[in-house]
Each structure stands twice: as structure tokens, then as C-alpha cells.
Design a protein around this ligand. Structure first.
Ligand code: 0GZ
Length: 306
């Protein structure tokens, strides 16, 4: 099927032939942050999108899962699909219970639709505050959504830039369901990991015991590489001190995922196998890796599994 969409100029497609991770993942590992894009011919991209990606289908996601050695996925609604969750839900339904989802919904969504999303495996909604990705939603709309999803036991995944945290903090802390912060709140990794900016982020995590953090996206945050390419085993070392601080202080509420197919990267597309090889740098012991990759995501997304 040819796609009716033209990719954003300069778009980088995902890496087609990832290596097998050297270290190996613990049994039952969860890729807790990944996306599907389309395919556009089947699941059109949203009119309000800020970018048009390459296609990245559920079958390609599941092939990556198997190649890397993951057991499960958490598929996060990508902004290019707006609040049309069909592609993500289709992936959940095809996964045989091995995928959970995070949706984007608008206030006033009929309860029957929420129930359907829940039955498909959705366990959270995503609020995006990154201005290049979405137009700002009124805070009251977001709180209205929270009120609707709370009875399902869902959480809210939030994506924001470090520079916006001060302004967002009170609002975030007022959200009465668990929060999951995407990509460590996007720290400036040229700053001091013990400096005021990252300390403010850690203070957010300290403020409530039900705020989780994805220690993801070194490939997005790194500014001096080296990138996860050509067998590089010490990729993105400038990100390591930040991620390690989070893992060490909050070992029971950190999550990790590939972020495949890596929307909006502009300088390189990582080899996902090498990205997995990055994990031991931020979670240096088997115990920490088991929490990060298995115990924590299972507690949040599959609490009833054995
Ligand atoms: O930084 C990004 O560009 C980005 C975009 C999206 C999305 O468009 O949903 O999701 C992510 O996790 C990261």
C-alpha cells in the first residue's frame, strides 16, 4: 500500500537493521515507550499534526520487540495521530495482551469510548506541553479529562521541556492521579546534573510518591554523542549522569523504552540494539535493571499479571 502522505522534509526513517543487544535484557522486559505511525494509508495522520512521519506499523514494532528481546510494549499515542487512537488501539488488539497503550483524548469523550479503550489495553492518557508538537490545551480541559479517566485507574503521561517546569509544577502536582514524566523532563545535559535545573526536576519527583519517570531518549538529549551507531558501546555519555541520578534515587518508579520509531530526530537515527546496550550505563546492576525493565512497568501496566 502506498502512503498518501508526504513526509516532513528532512525526516529520518527508523533504523532498519538493528543489532542484537550485547548485554541482553532480563526475561519479561517491557519497552515502555514506543509508538506506531499509521500506516498512513490505513490510519491517516491527523489534520492538526505538526509533522508527517514515515510509516511505522505494529508488525514492524513487534518485529523490533522480538529482535531486541523485549516481551511487551507500551504504545504511546504519537502526536501526529492527534486524538485518533485507532492505529495505537489496533496495535494493542493485535498484540495478544502483550501491549498496553497510552491514549490522547479530548474532554467530553463518551464513557463508552473510554471503556472500549480500557478493554483494548489503554491505561493512561498523554498530556503534551511541548510547543513544537501540539497547540496548548486549556488546563481546565486537561482536568476534565482527568476526572473522566480517574475511575478507570489510569495515569497521566506528561511531556514537557525543562524550561517549562517552573510554570507547570503546581498544575502537575494538582493532577489527582499518578503521573509519568516522559524523557526525564528533557534536561539540558550541558548543565550540571547537580545544578538547580535538574534539582528542580528531582524535586518534582520527590513531591509525590506516585510520580514516575521515563529515563529515556538519550539519543534526543545528548549533544556530544557519540551516537548509537557502528557498534558504539558508550553512546550518549553526557546523558548518563542525569539518568543515573534518577535511577538511583527512584529505583522503583523509573521506566525505560526505545522511543522507536524516534519521531523528529534530525541528526541521526540510532541503532535500537545499541540503545538497549546503553541501559547498563544508567542502571548498572542486574537488580536495578530488573526494576527498570520488568518490575516497574509490570506494576504500572500489568498489575494483575503473575
Ligand atoms: O520529541 C519528540 O519529537 C517526540 C514526539 C512525540 C510525538 O509526536 O508523540 O513523542 C515523543 O515521545 C517524542
Amino acid at each position: 500500500m502506498t502512503t498518501p502522505f508526504e513526509k516532513t522534509p528532512g525526516w529520518l526513517d527508523w533504523y532498519a537493521d538493528p543489532s542484537r543487544p550485547r548485554v541482553g535484557l532480563p526475561a519479561g522486559a517491557v519497552d515502555a515507550h514506543c509508538h506506531v505511525f499509521g500506516p498512513g494509508a490505513e490510519f491517516p495522520y491527523a489534520p492538526e499534526r505538526k509533522y508527517t512521519p514515515c510509516d511505522a506499523s505494529k508488525d514492524q514494532l513487534f518485529a523490533l520487540r522480538d529482535q531486541l528481546g523485549f516481551t511487551r510494549n507500551v504504545v504511546v499515542q504519537a502526536t501526529c495521530h492527534g486524538a485518533d487512537n485507532r492505529a495505537m488501539v489496533d496495535a494493542l488488539r493485535a498484540s495478544g495482551g502483550l501491549a498496553r497503550g497510552v491514549a490522547t483524548v479530548r474532554p467530553g469523550i463518551p464513557d463508552a469510548e473510554l471503556r472500549e479503550l480500557h478493554e483494548a489495553g489503554v491505561r493512561g492518557v498523554r498530556f503534551n506541553f511541548v510547543k513544537r508538537l501540539v497547540d496548548a490545551a486549556p488546563r481546565q480541559d486537561l482536568l476534565d479529562v482527568v476526572e473522566q479517566i480517574a475511575p478507570y485507574g489510569w495515569h497521566v503521561v506528561v511531556y514537557f521541556e525543562a524550561a517549562d517546569l517552573a510554570e507547570l509544577r503546581d498544575f502537575l502536582l494538582s493532577v489527582p492521579v499518578p503521573l509519568v514524566v516522559d524523557h526525564m523532563g528533557r534536561p539540558d545535559v550541558t548543565a550540571d546534573p547537580y545544578g538547580p535545573e535538574f534539582e528542580a526536576f528531582l524535586d518534582l519527583l520527590r513531591a509525590r510518591p506516585d510520580i514516575w519517570c521515563k529515563v529515556t531518549c538519550p539519543e534526543r538529549l545528548s549533544v556530544d554523542g557519540p551516537p548509537a551507531l557502528d557498534g558504539e558501546q558508550r553512546a550518549y555519555r553526557d546523558v548518563v549522569p542525569f539518568a543515573r541520578r534518577v535511577v538511583e534515587e527512584f529505583p522503583d518508579r523509573v521506566l525505560w523504552g526505545t522511543d522507536w520509531p524516534h519521531p523528529n530526530l534530525t541528526d541521526h537515527m540510532p541503532d535500537d540494539g545499541l540503545l538497549v546496550d546503553f541501559v547498563p550505563h544508567i542502571a548498572p546492576t542486574p537488580e536495578l535493571r530488573h526494576k527498570l525493565l520488568v518490575a516497574n512497568p509490570m506494576r504500572l501496566y500489568w498489575p494483575d499479571a503473575d
